[in-house]
Design a binder for this molecule. Structure first.
Ligand code: 26Q
Length: 797
């Protein structure tokens, strides 16, 4: 620990200097910046990334070796902060790396949770167990508390009419009111410095933590009544205690809502403070900063900015609205209905009474302008479609609607997803504002996801291309295509995969005491949050089928088989019963298969617990086949699919999300595709409903379900819910895709027998992944949405 800390502090020192210089320079230049607000930032480990970005890895290696330490071992001592659930949070982290690398003036704003995503382990029955992740127990040198930045955030209370101090009159038409909160919590800034690769520019990720109000200098903020503040102390600190563990599901808890407001209120205060520091008027906010809302979680920023502009800064409503729309843009990451946030009007009225009024006013003005009030059904229908406020089981605020109406641009994260947004989810808005809806395809940082996690492949690419330019301009990878058939290159390429697989093999042995092969074994990996739409269930059921097939084979037939290690990892939200059952089933199946002497090393199924960024960095470079098998139309993009192709894994995928971009860019002949297209989904679902999924299910899958029901993997009652779903409606159409999934596996096994073909596909995949860099993504955002330009620190000669 000591060496790790000492090493880390030397890096932090350097970063602090660069960071100071960068911030001073941005201020001096008065450049437009982007603020990326996200309730999650899944950063991964810091030290290696920083050392590589500062181009100090060789120096540190040498220096530490001189003292008897191995840098790689020091890296392993670092904890991996889990301040995010999955794709959305990790995307935000990739963006920060790119923004710094390409010298964009940028800020990340998020929350410093006391506890990250729960730690997962697997119980003796194969079930998921959860433990609190008390990450702040250990020192974390890369985050510094900024003592100068403490901001009071109000909640609850009352709203009073604004009275003009001169005329003593209330003015209805001004739309102005005074909010008097009854509770305050302090937002404390904690800064993580973000280094770029090969540049001195160092940006800020500012994470807010909640503190009780007594610690504040009361006089400084004249907010009035602080009576009862001591009772609020515990409540206050509770606010940023825990990251909600749901991924792609909106949990309607009051505390979650408070977190969201806390994040945006502190952030807007901070942005406006910095604008005022430059002595610029609020009218200039859209030229000072673009603010990107990462999904709807920070959309309360829209009414909050309106409140500041109208109530505090005395700006006319219409002018304030123009500023607001120009400042914000919103990214949608999901169309799953259960993930679309809707908050009860009652709850908002209680916690943020003034904001509720503002949301109503925004809605009213919008509806006045865009829909005729008529009594006929058609105009009523249009109004209820457009309205931010929904009347269903309760009166609810649709946060995605608020995001659309309050932003100048709304983007999806892959072409198919953006089209679904434009033509289905928000079709009523896109006919009002056809230009508002755009696509910005996701990307991943090639620094962490190739250069750092797969150093041998990185070196091979650099020596082959005779340049390391690809690290910050990934389009250069296309030149690798020339080498796809080259025997010598293929051998080197394959040897690196082998090396990475050995590393993983050692890990599996150490962690689980399990022996897995490396030579001539296909490593087939599916790692992501466990969710029905991602169809891990289809994966495990297919291997139950394969297992049963092997059991029927003669020794001769078995000799013809390809060996496979199936690896699955990912957490289930603690309240998501079906997902937890899937984990249990995977572990039960794994136990049976791995211990069956008739199977030997033909098939192994391994569930790796406590999936994290760090584990991804180990698994991805070691993968031969990576699975991205969501029901078409459900996975907005996926980003690990990109990381895998970059590292030479071949995709086994459906026609969904960014898989489609992979197919388009590297050619379908280099991807193992299967299943139906998104356009066919509704028909299949309809059939399932009409005829019953069981009746349409292939015999192969029926047989597998039969075996589970016989109790082969323990009491079938434990899996009843997921079995019933499959036999009943089968919402994610596993039955329909099962046969072609098995067929794709056959094609994989055949292709594996032909190494030249295999490695050619693998190389072409990597060569065709230049587009998958988050550098390209950020350039798209900067040009089409944010209107910001790089601002590199001048080099000191
Ligand atoms: C909302 C309300 C209350 C509690 C939790 C939530 C919540 C939290 C996280 C809702 C959704 C999320 C996460 C969504 C997510 O990770 N989406 C993924 O975003 C990736 C980046 O764009 C895409 O690649 C994935 O396809 C998408 O699933």
């Amino acid at each position: 620990m000591g060496t790790y800390l000492a090493t880390s502090y030397t890096i932090r020192d350097r970063l602090l200097q660069l960071w100071n210089d960068t911030q001073e320079y941005y201020k001096k230049e008065k450049v437009k910046q982007v603020c990326y607000i996200s309730i999650e930032f899944l950063m991964g480990r810091f030290l290696q990334n920083a050392i590589i970005n500062l181009n100090l890895e060789e120096n540190y290696k040498k220096a530490l070796a001189g003292m008897g330490y191995a840098l790689e071992e020091i890296y392993e001592e670092e904890l991996d902060p889990a301040l995010g659930n999955g794709g959305l949070g990790r995307l935000a982290a990739c963006f920060l790396d790119t923004l710094a690398t390409h010298n964009y003036p940028a800020w990340g704003y998020g929350l410093r949770y006391n506890y990250g995503l729960f730690k997962q382990s697997i119980g003796t029955d194969g079930e998921q167990l959860e433990k609190t992740d008390i990450w702040l127990d250990k020192p974390y040198p890369f985050m510094v508390e900024n003592h100068f930045i403490r901001i009071p955030i109000g909640f609850c209370g009352t709203v009073e009419d604004y009275v003009d101090p001169n005329t003593k009159e209330t003015k209805e038409e001004s739309n102005r009111s005074i909010w008097k909160p009854s509770e305050y919590v302090i937002a404390q800034a904690n800064d993580i410095l973000i280094p770029g690769y090969g540049t001195d520019n160092t940006n800020t990720l500012r994470l807010w933590s909640a503190r009780a109000v007594e610690e504040l200098d009361f006089e400084k903020f004249s907010f009035g009544d602080f009576k009862g503040a001591s009772e609020q102390r515990l409540n206050a600190e509770n606010l940023t205690n825990v990251l909600y563990p749901n991924d792609n599901e909106a949990e309607g808890k009051e505390l979650r809502f408070k977190q969201q407001y806390f994040l945006v209120a502190a952030t807007l205060y901070d942005i406006i403070r910095r604008l005022k520091e430059q002595k610029r008027p609020l009218e200039e906010l859209p030229d000072f900063s673009a603010i990107q809302l990462n999904d709807t979680h920070p959309t309360l920023a829209i009414p909050e900015l309106m409140r500041i502009l109208v109530d505090q800064e005395m700006i006319e409503w219409d002018k304030a609205w123009e500023i607001t729309q120009k400042t914000f843009s919103y990214t949608n990451h999901t169309i799953l209905p259960e993930a679309l946030e809707r908050w009860p009007v009652k709850l908002i009225t209680k916690l943020l009474p003034r904001h509720m009024q503002i949301i109503e006013m925004i809605n009213w003005k919008f509806l006045e302008k865009n829909s005729q009030v008529g009594q006929n059904n058609k105009s009523k229908e249009l109004r209820s479609k457009l309205s931010i406020i929904e009347n269903s089981w309760d009166t609810l605020v649709r946060m995605a609607w608020l995001g659309c109406i309050g932003s100048h641009k709304v983007n999806g994260v892959s072409p198919i997803h953006s089209n679904i947004i434009k033509d289905q989810l928000f079709s009523h808005f896109s006919s009002i504002w056809p230009k508002k809806f755009v696509n910005v395809t996701n990307g991943v940082t090639p620094r962490r996801w190739l250069h750092a996690c797969n150093p041998k492949l990185s070196d091979l690419i650099t020596s082959t291309l005779e340049s390391d330019d690809w690290i910050y301009d990934l389009s250069h990878l296309s030149k690798l295509r020339e080498f796809a058939d080259n025997e010598d290159f293929q051998l080197k390429w394959a040897a690196i995969k082998q090396y990475n697989k050995k590393k993983l093999q050692r890990f599996v042995k150490e962690q689980f005491g399990l022996d897995i092969g490396v030579h001539d074994v296909i490593y087939d990996v599916q790692i992501k949050r466990i969710h029905e739409y991602k169809r891990q269930l289809m994966n495990i059921l297919s291997h139950v089928y394969n297992y049963l097939q092997i059991k029927k084979m003669t020794e001769e037939e078995k000799k013809q088989l390809e060996k496979k290690v199936v690896i699955i990892a990912g957490k289930a939200a603690p309240g998501y019963k079906a997902a937890k059952m899937i984990i249990k089933l995977i572990n039960r199946v794994s136990k049976v298969i791995n211990n069956d002497p008739e199977i030997g090393d033909l098939l192994k199924v391994i569930y790796i617990p406590n999936y994290s960024v760090t584990i991804a960095e180990l698994l991805i470079p070691a993968t031969d086949v990576s699975e991205h098998i969501s029901t078409p139309g459900t996975e907005a993009s996926g980003t690990s699919n990109m990381k895998f192709v970059l590292n030479g894994a071949i995709t086994l995928g459906t026609y969904d999300g960014a898989n489609l971009e992979i197919i388009e860019n590297i050619g379908e002949e280099n991807v193992f595709t299967f299943g139906i297209k998104a356009s066919e989904v509704s028909q299949v679902k309809q059939n399932n409903i009409e005829k019953g999924a069981w009746n349409l299910m292939p015999k192969s899958l029926q047989g597998v379900l039969g075996i589970i029901e016989e109790g082969k993997f323990g009491d079938p009652e434990e899996f009843r819910m997921i079995l019933q779903e499959l036999k009943g409606v089968d919402r994610y159409i596993l039955g329909n895709d099962f046969t072609s999934y098995l067929q794709a596996q056959k094609v994989i096994n055949e292709t594996w027998k032909n190494p030249e073909k295999w490695w050619k596909m693998s190389i072409i995949g990597c060569a065709g992944s230049g587009w998958a860099s988050s550098d390209r993504t950020i350039k798209d955002y900067a040009e089409t949405i944010w209107d910001i330009k790089p601002c590199p620190l001048p080099k000191i000669e």
